[in-house]
Design a protein around this ligand. Structure first.
Ligand code: CA2
Length: 149
């Protein structure tokens, strides 16, 4: 089975590591991507970020056709996007919703996620290390064969 996994990141996360380090840390998204690829140990990882909602929806559609699992940090779209929720609903495989910070510890506007009801699992508050943990969990869920490398 193809174990191509999609890791999708929402608005402003391209600037990760440059502000609010007390909440989000100092690791950049490029470093997060490298950690994900290492955790995936040679399996195909499609790692993307966009500030545009439609682009994230298009990538979910691509994952529906070509992916076996999705890790998504929708960032602010978590709290606003029924369109991303609807796209994710069509995905047959496991979905991990990921947040670097613990959104439940923050202000009430960060508590109601449109994505959680359609996600298989939610990771929040593990910092950027949560991404590699999510990759390993997703590979377990899709039953990916051990890498030969
Ligand atoms: O904790 C997360 O991963 C969030 O999804 C990040 C979102 C926020 O709206 C969610 O409530 C929780 C915000 C991302 C802002 O992007 C940043 C850019 C540079 C430095 C830090 C964050």
């Amino acid at each position: 089975m193809s174990a191509s996994i999609y890791i999708l990141n929402g608005p402003n996360l391209n600037r990760l590591g440059t502000r609010e380090p007390e909440i989000y840390g100092r690791t950049t998204l490029t470093e997060v991507e490298a950690a994900c690829r290492e955790a995936a140990a040679g399996r195909t990882v499609v790692f993307r970020q966009s500030n545009r909602e439609y682009e994230i929806i298009e990538w979910v559609h691509e994952a529906i056709d070509e992916g076996s699992g999705i890790i998504i940090n929708p960032a602010a779209f978590t709290f606003t996007s029924m369109a991303i929720m609807d796209a994710l609903k069509m995905f047959q495989g496991p979905i991990i919703e990921l947040h670097i910070s613990n959104i439940h510890k923050r202000e009430p506007i960060y508590h109601k996620s449109y994505v959680s009801p359609v996600a298989t699992a939610v990771i929040a508050g593990l910092g950027t290390s949560g991404y590699a943990i999510a990759v390993r969990a997703l590979l377990d869920m899709i039953g990916a064969a051990p890498s030969k490398t």
